[in-house]
Write a new protein. Structure first.
Ligand code: MLC
Ligand code: AMP
Length: 507
């Protein structure tokens, strides 16, 4: 039987099971054979728990090889993988589980007591998966069950259009939307990135990204898998570990914060990076200054690419050829990109700014349970409206100049102001609020809440109640009090004026 994504990703690995798939900083190696055998056992456990093709398996666990094995197991079992940011609070998890109604929810053993009632309410079977290397109860129930499970799990038959993953991405209304990605969406993008970036089985990718988002899970992991290469798998981005492991790597993928942090460190120099084949950046704009500074220090030109949860990767600077700072390069093979006028939806002339729209095998199937939202974000001819503003320069390079959506990107994580404003506006003493992003030296943009209060309030009075409701990265780094919010004649808050007024807040 054929499972489009599993067999596509594992083709090279299954042919050479002794080859390493991932190496941990402590030297522990997971081979492709191990990955195959362990994902088979996890798939068997999922099946025993009642997972049938089309079901969702939601997962909120620390980064580990086992979490990747669970991803592949879910695909093997014919279900859709639904990874959740480890920073999400129980209140946020409640929303995702209620919306997606997964058959199984896997969480950290430490969170079990808190999350059990939420899983039960959503009708999900709860299992736990602890940190790599832990044993006994701390290892969790999934591993214990896997030890007793069948290692000969036959991958469930799944075709290109079947659902492989649902990734939630916040929405402008404040309600998160589950982007449905098919087997073909994921496999085609991994294959095209392998070709575009020349990944082979000799590649060793330094993996310091989280694995609950497109960048760390699909771009980094799937591309390495289809190439039959290997990962140096770090728990998180940490400068000491990155510099210690860099000599063994051939390539690294990061968000701009990785590169600005590396630039603050004296260990970044030509010698430390001379052996590297490729550094890529994405998920947020890489400042041209960062690109230039990195090249001056190392001789390496970071390759910037552009993507989204909904579309996987859309464009990339060339591997061979000029990697142009401040641009995201050209549409990937098979992906069409156009720039249209915001009002009329008609293509603009080259060099003019408009909304970026894309179409291709990389573009998702729609939002889970939200047919109207899906319809609103696609044109009749199948182009997806990204909400990013861009232009195409004289040489065909795509330049992203801003966003037509009210979105802040902090350290590569998306923060939708509405979600935060809705909570702040409910707090005692608050009249209204506007959440904005302003330049931040470390995170690119820092989240700031601008609040109109009825009475004198301290910052803490706004920030403290947010702790239980919002993941840390969404919480404003500062709260500023003003007498009134600037509005245009239509009554709309002029966030651009607020962004200008506070542009130096973090400098
Ligand atoms: C951590 N904090 C953040 C934050 N990350 N705050 C705002 N934005 C972030 N991104 C909080 C911490 O909780 C902490 O709070 C304080 O800020 C400082 O933490 P830190 O130790 O400096 O943070 P660190 O753990 O090092 O994390 C920073 C980071 C991480 C940049 C390494 O955020 C990260 O890995 N980002 C990658 C995101 C990503 O993969 N995005 C891809 C999305 S997919 P306190 O108060 O406790 O000190 C996508 C599509 C595409 O966009 O195109 O790829
Ligand atoms: P997400 O919803 O987390 O997948 O984030 C997708 C958004 O990140 C895109 O719509 C862009 O706004 C932004 N993004 C991704 N890559 C880049 C890039 N290279 N430059 C600028 N913005 C980017």
């Amino acid at each position: 039987m054929t499972n489009h994504l599993f067999h596509g990703l594992m083709q090279k690995g299954l042919a050479a099971p002794e080859r390493p798939f991932a190496v941990l900083p402590d030297g522990a190696v997971t081979s492709y054979g191990d990955l195959d055998a362990r994902s088979a056992r996890f798939a068997a456990v999922l099946k025993e728990a009642g997972v049938v093709p089309g079901d969702r398996v939601a997962v909120q666990v620390d980064k580990s090889i086992e979490a990747l094995e669970l991803y592949l197991a879910t695909v093997r079992a014919g279900a859709a993988f639904l990874p959740l940011n480890t920073g999400y609070t129980p209140a946020e998890i409640d929303y995702f589980l209620t919306d997606a109604t997964p058959r199984v929810f896997v969480c950290d053993p430490k969170a079990e007591a808190t999350l059990a009632p939420i899983a039960e309410k959503a009708g999900a079977v709860l299992m736990t998966l602890g940190k790599a290397g832990s044993s006994g109860e701390a290892a969790g129930t999934l591993r214990a069950r896997a030890e007793a499970a069948d290692a000969d799990f036959e991958p469930v038959d799944r075709g290109p259009d079947d659902l492989a993953a649902i990734l939630y991405t916040s929405g402008t209304t404040g309600r998160s939307k589950g982007a449905m990605l098919s087997h073909a969406n994921l496999l085609s993008n991994a294959q095209v990135l392998r070709e575009t970036w020349a990944f082979t089985e000799d590649d060793v990718l330094l993996h310091a990204l989280p694995i609950f988002h497109t960048h760390g899970l699909f771009v980094a992991t799937n591309t390495t898998l289809v190439a039959g290469g290997s990962l140096i798998f770090l728990a998180k981005f940490d400068l000491d570990t990155v510099f210690a492991e860099l000599p063994k790597a051939t390539s690294m993928m990061g968000v701009p914060t990785f590169y600005t942090r590396m630039l603050t460190d004296d260990r970044l120099n030509r010698e430390a990076t001379a052996h590297m084949r490729l550094f890529t950046s994405g998920s947020a704009p890489l400042l041209a200054d960062t690109h230039v500074a990195f090249e001056q220090r190392t001789g390496q030109r970071i390759l910037e690419r552009y993507g989204m949860t909904e579309t996987n990767m859309n464009t990339s600077n060339p591997y061979d050829g000029e990697r142009r700072a401040g641009t995201v390069g050209f549409p990937l093979e098979g992906t069409e990109l156009r720039i249209v006028g915001k009002e009329d939806g008609k293509s603009v002339a080259d060099g003019e700014i408009g909304v970026i729209e894309v179409r291709g095998p990389n573009v998702f199937q729609g939002y889970w349970n939200m047919p109207e939202k899906t319809a609103a974000e696609f044109r009749e001819d199948g182009f997806f409206i990204t909400g990013d503003l861009g232009m195409i320069d004289a040489d065909g390079y795509v330049v992203i100049v801003g966003r037509d959506k009210d979105l802040v990107i902090s350290g590569g994580y998306n923060v939708y102001p509405k979600e935060i404003e809705q909570i702040i506006d409910e707090l005692p003493g608050v009249v209204e609020s506007a959440v904005i992003g302003v330049p931040h030296p470390d995170f690119g943009e820092g989240v700031v809440g601008v609040v109109v209060a009825k009475e004198k309030l301290e910052e803490a009075a706004i920030l403290a109640p947010l702790h239980d409701q919002l993941a840390k990265y969404k919480q404003p780094k500062r709260i500023l009090f003003v007498d009134e919010l600037p509005r245009n004649t239509m009554g709309k808050v002029q966030k651009n004026l607020l962004r200008d007024a506070y542009s130096d807040l973090f400098s």
